[in-house]
Design a protein around this ligand. Structure first.
Ligand code: FE2
Length: 377
């Protein structure tokens, strides 16, 4: 079977029962939110945005929200052991808890999805303060990961009720050109991909826009399969990976073992200038995968003419791929925590709407070299 690309998204507004306006924020449960927030600020160029904790009336946790353009990350740590957040961190290590989606009506989003079979995580609740109100609701997805629906029509505060503005005038790192969430990938267990494809189709009204099987995505040792799910309007994309049989342990299996279950594998962040962005991130200590420089020997034969000079792409290890609509540039970090689990992708799209299939082989071989160094191949 070959990679299949379905026709452009055709769901009309009248049939889209869950119109999503995009990613609102990504919440990570981490062992030390104060230090994690500092890492995302100092290494990735986020700015301090808002803080919630005992000082704002939240007794059991602290949360730091950081922002870069439209990207908002929330880093949350429990204050005591007897707390489901502590259980999450004990089980998974640091990782993504909530992929939060902006909607115009969080009550309706919850009703539409739960009536189609979603398992409720949070019934709609209105949160208010002097700056207005935000309505939140939520459903479970793969593993212990959840989707929150966020309705913030008239909210004028820094982030949301329960938070206070947070800024440090003495520490304001310049941004790295990271703009918004392009896509978030989930790793699910053996033979679970189609179950979750059906979930996104039936419960959230998503469409399967791309599929990759193990013939597309296999190296000498490891294999995986992937299907890309897109919201009706195309603003939210969730590729779903499952492991496939290979000679040795695939990267998805390594993830499932160390994350201790299904979860978010990577968050892709868009930039308009990947050379500038990756140069800045490297300068600040972010570690990236490196493909062999031979990758660049045949690159232009494969992708045709591109606007960028090859030299900086080669120096930075930026990958390039082309589809019918244009081309894209991408680069992948190493895992950003101690367990070999969550990592980030930096992506610049120049017309391309796909996900870099032409790079999978070189990329996965680079991942395997890292797995081998960890003794996990
Ligand atoms: Fe990706």
């Amino acid at each position: 079977m070959k990679t299949t690309i379905t026709s452009p998204l055709s769901t009309s507004a009248t049939t889209d029962f869950l119109p999503l306006e995009g990613t609102d924020y990504v919440e990570f449960y981490v062992g030390n939110a104060k230090q994690a927030a500092h890492y995302y600020m100092s290494a990735f160029g986020f700015q301090a945005l808002a803080y919630a904790g005992p000082e704002t009336g939240i007794r059991d946790r602290v949360s730091y929200a950081v922002r870069q353009h439209k990207l908002i990350f929330v880093l949350t740590t429990p204050l005591k052991t007897d707390n489901p957040i502590a259980d999450h961190i004990y089980k998974h290590g640091d990782g993504v808890k909530a992929l939060s989606l902006r909607v115009s009506d969080a009550t309706r989003a919850w009703e539409e999805t739960t009536k189609r079979g979603a398992w409720s995580y949070m019934e709609p609740q209105k949160m208010q303060d002097k700056d207005g109100e935000v309505v939140l609701s939520g459903i479970h997805t793969y593993g212990d990961t959840v989707h929150l629906f966020i309705e913030r029509k008239n909210y004028r505060g820094a982030f949301m009720p329960g938070y206070r503005p947070w800024a440090n005038p003495h520490f304001q790192p310049t941004d790295c050109g990271l703009l918004y969430v392009d896509h978030c990938v989930g790793n699910v267990g053996w033979n679970q991909m189609n179950k979750w494809v059906s979930f996104y189709e039936q419960v959230l009204g998503f469409k399967n826009i791309l599929s990759f099987d193990d013939k597309d995505i296999s190296t000498e040792y490891s294999a995986l399969m992937s299907k890309v799910m897109s919201s009706g309007n195309g603003y939210v994309k969730f590729p779903i990976n499952e492991p496939a049989e290979g000679k040795k342990k695939s990267q998805v299996e390594e993830y499932l073992e160390f994350y201790n279950g299904e979860g978010c594998q990577h968050v892709a962040m868009a930039t308009n200038d990947i050379i500038q962005t990756v140069t800045e991130l490297k300068k600040r200590g972010v570690e990236f995968l490196q493909v062999p420089t031979t990758y660049y020997d045949t690159l232009l034969d494969r992708v045709g003419a591109i606007d960028e000079d090859l030299t900086p792409l080669k120096e930075l290890g930026v990958l390039v791929d082309r589809d019918n609509e244009g081309y894209l540039l991408q680069q992948f970090t190493k895992p950003v925590e101690d367990r070999p689990t969550l990592f980030f992708e930096i992506i610049q799209r120049k017309g391309a709407v796909s996900f870099g299939k032409g790079n999978f082989k070189a990329l996965f071989e680079a991942i395997e070299r890292e797995q081998e160094a960890r003794g996990n191949l």
